[in-house]
Design a protein around this ligand. Structure first.
Ligand SMILES: Nc1ncnc2c1ncn2[C@@H]1O[C@H](COP(=O)(O)OP(=O)(O)OP(=O)(O)O)[C@@H](O)[C@H]1O
Ligand SMILES: [Mg+2]
Length: 476
């Protein structure tokens, strides 16, 4: 049902109270009054925004669709509130939505003053040119600063991850260089011994016997159990004793190597009987070299493996070689994020992984989810100030996958719980945080994945819970 409104009635609406009589007449002329019965949908989210509405009487509710659910955002019966094509006056720009941002329903029988989007744009542009510029500046400025900040945050996060990763890579790389240098020295020593053998100073028979004892010793060393420092010291003393009694030079040098290799008295006795006293000294040195080179090679292998693991994690984290949207196992991203953050986690934070291995794969943008895990884990680490327990739990929750990140930090006071998701909200000192981590995470989880993110918190027990749908949402 449509009708007309008088200029005098329009003047009673706060939006129009300062307009001149001419302007009011113009509005009354161009606009209409529309009535809707209770329950009627006035406009639907996502359709082209063609009208601007002002509530005259009745009550309305605005709602937005979040996945399958309609979430009511506003319910009001305040006369004069306006909605609909509220951004019609903004210049054409891909960043400006030209559709209704929410669905409006009449809660009770309601009347609206309705203007076309074009008329509304005209009055704002022509009657309030300066205000229009200010509003436009505000709107585009906000979009731009938001984009710049997100970009910066991504770069800053990447920067801190890169430096952490470099640090992580540096340890095994340095260990490798050290081990290789030591290995070179030992191999040179062995070549030297070989020259002595070639000189014929050692009989072929003894040489054969020596190679026979060395092999089992190397094998035994590879399986030697890790000794406690006390056990190692005892064994070393014992071996030094034995070596001294057999007049072996450099006993102090060899004893720790033998002890680390798990050799004992009986073993040395066996060597002594095999090679005879004349060659004992040489034989033991040879064994020492063999054990050391073996150990050094193991060290190099370990360091190399560590480097490959880190590079694999970095690759997985950045999703360098995968398409942007696909079916993924959330654990892969969680694990690689943890590896990337090893440096920040340190050794006073205990990491507990309670992974439900039976979780189904979910449709997702993996690199973006990694950004979410990074932000949540980063916040948890910061909250625990270096020490505590970080718990990462996954589970199936209805038709959603739940990822719960818990920390034992001081928690978030109730009055701040809503605010933490706001852009630029931070309690960190200047320079330590931009306050955008959770805002970005929220947008990735809710807008990009149709999931949700919530939190529970009390001192010593804070959890951020991310729920992601296991079926493809229609809009992704
Ligand atoms: N696990 C947590 N424990 C306690 N407080 C938290 C936790 N996670 C977030 N917060 C609070 O929420 C605020 C906002 O977090 P958000 O990640 O958005 O920004 P930030 O960490 O301050 O900065 P950054 O942009 O670097 O992430 C934090 O400053 C902190 O006060
Ligand atoms: Mg943060």
């Amino acid at each position: 049902m449509t009708g007309k409104i008088t200029p005098a009635e329009l003047k009673t609406l706060f939006l129009f109270e300062a307009l001149s009589d001419d302007q009011l007449s113009w509005l009354a002329e161009r606009g209409t009054v529309q009535s809707y019965p209770a329950g009627a949908t006035v406009f639907a989210e996502g359709t082209t925004a063609t009208e601007f509405y002002v509530l005259l009487s009745g009550a309305l509710a605005l709602s937005r669709r979040v996945q399958q659910d309609d979430v009511e955002t506003i319910r009001t019966d305040q006369r004069g509130v306006y909605m609909g094509a509220t951004q019609a006056y903004l210049r054409d720009d891909p960043g400006v939505p030209r559709t209704y941002l929410a669905t409006m329903r009449a809660i009770s029988e309601s009347q609206f003053f309705v203007l076309s989007a074009a008329d509304f744009a005209t009055i704002v542009r022509e009657w309030f040119p300066m205000a229009m510029h200010l509003l436009e500046g505000l709107f585009f400025g906000m979009i731009k600063s938001h984009m710049m900040v997100s970009e910066r945050q991504r770069l800053a996060a990447l920067g801190s991850l890169t430096s952490g990763l470099m640090h992580e890579l540096n340890n095994p790389a340095a260990a490798m260089v050290r081990a290789t240098a030591a290995l070179r020295e030992r191999v040179a020593g062995m070549r030297h011994k070989l020259a002595m053998l070639a000189d014929g100073r050692i009989e072929a028979e003894q040489l054969r016997a020596l190679t026979h004892v060395v092999e089992p010793i190397i094998e035994r060393a590879a399986k030697a159990p890790e000794l406690t420092p006390v056990q190692a010291a005892d064994l070393e003393d014992d071996l030094t004793d034995w070596l001294d009694r057999h007049d072996v030079a450099a006993a102090w040098d060899l004893a720790p190597i033998f002890a680390a290799g798990g050799l004992d008295r009986e073993c040395l006795d066996e060597v002594a009987t095999t090679v005879g006293p004349g060659l004992l000294d040489q034989a033991l040195r040879w064994i020492g070299y063999s054990l050391e080179t073996e150990q050094l090679m193991t060290d190099i292998e370990d360091a190399g493996t560590r480097i490959s693991t880190l590079v694999a994690a970095a690759k997985q984290y950045s999703q360098a070689d995968r398409a942007s949207h696909q079916w993924i196992d959330v654990h892969e991203g969680l694990k690689s994020t943890l590896v990337m953050l090893t440096h920040k986690i340190g050794d006073r934070i205990r990491v507990v992984k309670e992974f439900d291995r039976a979780l189904p794969q979910i449709p997702a943008h993996p690199a973006e989810l990694n950004q979410v895990w990074t932000n949540l884990i980063d916040n948890a680490i910061y909250a625990m100030d270096g020490a505590g327990t970080l718990t990462i739990r996954t589970a199936l929750d209805g038709d959603r996958v739940l990822v719960d990140i818990g920390d034992t930090g001081p928690g978030i006071p109730p009055e701040l719980r809503q605010r933490v998701f706001e852009p630029f909200f931070t309690t960190k000192p200047v320079g330590a945080g931009t306050g955008i981590g959770l805002d970005i995470s929220y947008r990735i989880v809710v807008n990009r994945h149709g999931g949700d993110i919530s939190l529970t918190s009390q001192p010593g027990d804070t959890h951020f819970q991310v729920r992601l749908p296991i079926t493809e949402p229609p809009s992704v």
